[in-house]
Design a protein around this ligand. Structure first.
Ligand SMILES: *Cc1c(COP(=O)(O)O)cnc(C)c1O
Length: 398
């Protein structure tokens, strides 16, 4: 009986390998940073972390984590509502609300959990959720868990958004929630929240966004996509992560009106049935907000670095998805060549990852680079030199 089961698992693994889709973990032996050392002892420039602001190993953040470890202990061994809420958790929730321009915030173990616990709690069978086709897996799963009627609009397509909203209204939906990634991680596309807000208002719909690739650096003060698009304070629901720009450890949140957050605290399952965020992470996250509210230096440097890298890679003759986000998709189209480029870059001391079907559409293979505030100009130029050499060798550029 169990033999047959294990044989079927093995055959599934073989099929993944045969399709060239088997993912290996690359082991790193240093903290996160502009350069990392891999377990085989090679130092490489890191162009694939979500460490947008370099806060993953910022000395002030590490100090705050140490201090909190001493003052508040290692773990709480409890969910929030039993005995897992410290003064720090309340402080971080208040600070995130102020940072994001909302009334209240609820912490989760991850942004995946925040999205998983959102839709089921807020929407019933009479309601509708209207979702971008390229939304993150955690949004898709969260929507699946809810009883709401589902509508999908073509990626970033405002005309189709209207069509789907009109359909939801014709179908008699009571409440309608439109939900989108603020930034789409494969293309660096930034949702047009200003237009979306107008459309949602026309149809009496709520607008919610997932800010995992935006919180901390998009917009003039780094508050996120809503700030960049001029609709700060006008988004109904914001979900996000502490695991990317905001320190990079782990933890997520949903930020919204006081009533929405109050209901999530009563009913949201990943909040009720999963452990509280560890004190050291909470203390360090408060330090992150101190840093970001005191100065825009890090997001400014990230913006400068992004501009420098985007201009440099285009000057070399590579084709990139246009935009301003530190996610820079360098288009190769062919999956095998994308993999070869990533491998050659690694030989040349640059760690960047190739993405191909099924992560991106067939024939749209690419190298996705993520720029950080901790990359200095010399490092970025060295990375560009490696791209130049590898690109010429593989005849991707002249
Ligand atoms: C990374 C990411 C998540 C998951 O965040 P975690 O806190 O790591 O669970 C959710 N949504 C989007 C859009 C993301 O990019």
């Amino acid at each position: 009986m169990s033999d047959a089961f294990h044989a079927s698992i093995r055959s599934e693994l073989d099929a993944i390998r045969a399709a060239g889709l088997y993912k290996d973990e690359r082991v790193i032996a240093t903290p996160q940073g502009a350069r990392v050392r891999t377990a085989d002892g090679r130092e490489v420039i890191n162009l694939c972390a979500n460490n947008y602001l370099g806060l993953s190993s910022h000395p002030r953040v590490i100090d705050a984590a140490h201090e909190t470890l001493r003052s508040h202990g290692f773990g709480l061994s409890s969910v929030r509502f039993i005995c897992g809420t410290q003064d720090l958790h309340k402080t971080l929730e208040r600070r995130l609300s102020a940072f994001l321009g909302t009334e209240d915030t609820i912490l989760y173990g991850s942004a995946f959990d925040a999205n998983a616990g959102l839709f089921e709690t807020l929407l019933g069978a009479d309601d509708a959720v209207v979702s971008d086709t390229l939304n993150h897996a955690s949004i898709i799963d969260g929507i699946r868990l809810s009883k709401a009627r589902r509508y999908r609009y073509a990626h970033d397509d405002m005309a189709d958004l209207r069509t789907q909203l009109a359909q939801a209204r014709r179908d008699g939906a009571r409440h309608v929630l439109v939900f989108t990634d603020g930034v789409f991680s494969m293309d660096g596309t930034i949702a047009r929240l200003d237009e979306m807000r107008t459309v949602c208002d026309e149809y009496g719909a709520l607008l919610g966004i997932d800010e995992c690739h935006a919180s901390g650096f998009l917009g003039a003060r780094g508050r996120g996509t809503h700030e960049l698009r001029g609709v700060f304070g006008r988004i109904d629901i914001i979900t996000g992560t502490l695991g990317k720009a905001l320190g990079g450890a782990s933890g997520g949140f949903t930020s919204a009106s006081a009533d929405i957050v109050a209901l999530l605290r009563q009913r949201s399952r990943p909040y009720l049935f999963s452990n509280t965020v560890a004190p050291a992470i909470v203390g360090a996250s408060i330090a992150v907000l101190d840093i970001l509210e005191a100065s825009t230096e890090l997001r400014d440097r990230l913006e400068h670095n992004t501009r420098l890298f985007r201009a440099g890679i285009e000057r070399l003759g590579f084709e990139i998805k246009p935009g301003v986000h530190p996610i820079v998709p360098i288009m190769v189209y062919d999956a095998v060549r994308a993999q070869r480029l990533a491998q050659r870059l690694l030989d040349l001391g640059v760690y960047a990852v190739g993405f191909f079907h099924p992560v991106v559409p067939k024939g749209q293979a690419r190298i996705r680079v993520q720029i950080s505030a901790v990359h200095d100009e010399a490092t970025l130029r060295q990375a560009l030199d490696a791209f130049a050499q590898a690109g010429r060798e593989l005849e991707l550029i002249p």
